[in-house]
Design a protein around this ligand. Structure first.
Ligand code: LMR
Length: 443
């Protein structure tokens, strides 16, 4: 029998009474008791990049320009779903066999094997000699994290990770979170707005033997400044002599120059030299799969008679780490990428899409530089076209960045990095004029 309304209201009021009684017995000190007081869990600052994106979104000025987060935009300032990704998506959706079962712990094999071929090269000696292993990860960030975790647990060399100064803001906290110390090597010269190659070499030479050196193989974030291939060769020679451990973080293959092999040339050179190393690979930028978190982590061991046994042991430990961290990786982005990577016609179309993105960015570099020069903006602006990839490190000061935001609604990170993809033919005059004014006023 259903309870009558009068009996249910009686029981509700007696529960309320019980709760009141409990509340009356909680002293004010007990009410505020927590295992996480402010001195052990202080308020953390908001992530600078995502905070910037939020501030941009909230700005109602119609002239606002987003040069913050590194995500490709088309000439209308809109996110671009690559046409080849749309095709792959249609193929996946029309497959009646598609299901949502778990992926294997190491990820979905069609994806990891194609990802390895893409970055290491299909003819890589590491693949031929079976001395590489690959784990699908939560995009490039997940790959860096997995690599950091693996090194924190097993690396017996100098357990300090050397990062370029500056580097992607997240690197330091990823390594810090797994208990690895970080140090800096000089990278960017404020004088030339280019590479401080001498400083970089000296620091790598001066680091204790067997240090971990994090390198961006192309389209360095945040500066857009890359060593030349000859400079990479010099660095490789120093690192071999010092027995350093290369940790490559590659988020922009094909996106930098539009040429997949060229953007991977530095790390392939290191593999050819016989280094044992790791590579973190992101599919966010080159496939426009930002939110789908498709990525891969690769370990390559040096040529040796026991190399495949070594890589087998490494793979077994990575599987344990992966299982405890994420169990197994997400499927959708990896399915899209592997559909494209395994079909020659789609692959060719993807290369074309890559050239569309890198080409538009290169055009924007030229347009911005020529406008700044034509306006007589104090300083030199050749670095805008000398730099490569998603970002340009403009050399603008924090004060200038703030003025651009407050007075012209132009958003960029406070270190003066601009995402070139945020520029388009509709906003480039506004941006160039604003930079001209702000630089002129704050000289
Ligand atoms: C960036 O640097 O803007 C991108 O790599 C996005 C990110 O996650 O930081």
């Amino acid at each position: 029998m259903a309870p009558s309304s009068s009996s249910s209201s009686t029981s509700a009021s007696s529960s309320l009474q019980r709760l009141n009684n409990i509340a009356n017995h909680i002293s004010p000190s007990m009410a505020s008791a927590t295992s996480f007081p402010a001195d052990t869990v202080p308020q953390a600052p908001e992530d600078a990049l995502f905070g910037l994106a939020r501030a941009y979104k909230a700005d109602t000025n119609p002239q606002k320009v987003d040069l913050g987060i590194g995500a490709y935009r088309d000439n209308n300032g809109k996110p671009w779903v690559l046409p080849v990704v749309k095709k792959a998506d249609d193929i996946l959706r029309s497959n009646p066999e598609l299901n949502h079962e778990y992926a294997p712990i190491a990820g979905f094999p069609e994806f990891t094997s194609k990802a390895a071929e893409l970055i290491l090269g299909a003819d890589s000696p590491a693949l031929r000699e079976k001395r590489a292993t690959s784990m699908q990860t939560i995009s490039g960030t997940g790959a860096v994290h997995l690599g950091a975790l693996f090194l924190a647990k097993f690396y017996k060399g100098n357990r300090v990770v050397y990062l370029s100064n500056p580097t992607w803001a997240n690197h330091k906290q990823i390594f810090g979170n797994v208990g690895l110390q970080t140090a800096d090597y000089p990278y960017f010269s404020k004088k030339s707005n280019g590479l401080d190659f001498d400083g970089m070499k000296a620091a790598i030479q001066g680091a204790p033997d067997r240090s971990i050196i994090l390198l961006h193989p192309c389209a360095h974030n945040p500066t857009g400044v890359d060593p030349t291939l000859d400079q990479w060769k010099e660095l490789a020679a120093i690192m071999a002599q010092k027995k350093h451990f290369p940790f490559f973080d590659c988020a922009y293959q094909g996106f930098a120059s539009g040429d997949l092999a060229r953007d991977a040339a530095a790390l392939r050179y290191f593999i050819d030299q016989g280094f044992e190393l790791v590579v973190c690979q992101s599919f966010a930028k080159n496939f426009g799969l930002y939110g789908e978190r498709a990525g891969c982590f690769h370990v390559v061991t040096s040529p040796a008679s026991d190399a495949s046994a070594t890589i087998g042991r490494i793979a077994s430990q990575l599987a344990i780490l992966q299982r405890s961290e994420i169990s197994n990786p997400p499927l959708y982005g990896a399915r899209i990428a592997s559909t494209v990577l395994s079909d020659p016609a789609l692959f060719t179309e993807w290369e074309d899409n890559l050239r569309t993105m890198s080409g538009r960015i290169i055009t924007m570099r030229k347009e911005l530089r020529s406008r700044l020069e034509a306006l007589g903006t104090p300083g030199t602006w050749n670095h805008i076209t000398d730099q490569i990839g998603m970002f340009s490190f403009t050399g603008l000061s924090e004060t200038q960045v703030q003025k651009l935001r407050d007075e012209y609604h132009i958003y960029m990170t406070k270190n003066g990095r601009i995402s070139m993809a945020g520029l388009n033919t509709n906003n480039i005059d506004h941006v160039a004029n604003a930079i001209r004014k702000v630089v002129g006023e704050t000289q």
